[in-house]
Design a protein around this ligand. Structure first.
Ligand code: AMP
Length: 216
């Protein structure tokens, strides 16, 4: 049976970084809804144009659009063994849609690591985040700057600040998160699938905790 892991956590907690690491170690596909939207934005698709108006304001893209994008993505062959879902689901309607989709494949959500941190830490982290243009490698101006300013260590492409990582938008995204995504925490806790991880620790320790918890 395929393995599906849903990573939950507010903007700035390091969810994307951990999802990448987890995907490499587990060999499961990394499916990031935010990355998929940004890819559409870059390629100027209809979906990208629609998503942009919501993303720029720090709001969520409507459920129907998001759900059908994820359905397409997890139906691809590289998700046959399962996936690490990063940024999806984000609303109760998306969680229900995901459960229905996976049931069609004869699967289910296996575990839901929830990476947490206080709101003040999140604003500082998310608003200092810089992203590489080519592949989305993540840096932080204070905690993890690239060796050469503005250049990705890994692929040499330009490192930029995402429009929605500017401080006003970050604050809005965190508020939206607490309003719309927190119910999912309770939903997965009740289902006995939630694993809480302290996201204020160094990246390596968060990874260790995450891997240990998933093994259990
Ligand atoms: P992220 O990179 O996960 O922080 O996502 C960036 C932006 O993409 C969010 O602020 C939303 O506008 C949009 N987005 C990403 N995932 C979702 C989702 N599951 N539902 C709705 N909007 C999303």
């Amino acid at each position: 049976m395929a393995t599906y892991i849903v990573l939950l956590g507010p903007p700035g907690v390091g969810k994307g970084t951990q999802a990448r690491i987890l995907s490499e170690t587990s060999k499961l596909a990394h499916v990031s809804s935010g990355d998929l939207f940004r890819e559409n934005l870059k390629n100027e698709t209809e979906l990208g144009k629609l998503a942009k108006s919501f993303m720029d304001k720090g709001e969520l893209v409507p459920d129907d659009v998001t759900i059908s994008m994820i359905r397409d993505r997890i139906s691809r062959p590289d998700c046959e063994a399962g996936a690490i879902l990063d940024g999806f689901p984000r609303t109760p309607a998306q969680a229900t849609a995901l459960e229905d989709m996976l049931a069609e494949f004869g699967s289910e959500v296996n575990a839901v690591p929830y990476i947490t941190a206080a709101e003040s830490v999140l604003v500082e982290r998310a608003s200092g985040r810089w992203t590489c243009k080519a592949q989305g490698h993540i840096y932080h101006e204070k905690f993890n700057p690239p060796k050469q300013a503005g250049v990705c260590d890994i692929d040499g492409s330009e490192v930029y600040q995402r429009e929605d990582d500017k401080v006003e938008t970050v604050t809005k995204r965190i508020r939206v998160y607490f309003e719309q995504t927190m119910p999912l925490v309770e939903h997965y806790r009740t289902a006995g699938k939630l694993i809480e991880i302290d996201g204020t620790q160094p990246v390596e320790q968060v990874t260790k905790d995450l891997l240990a918890a998933l093994k259990r």
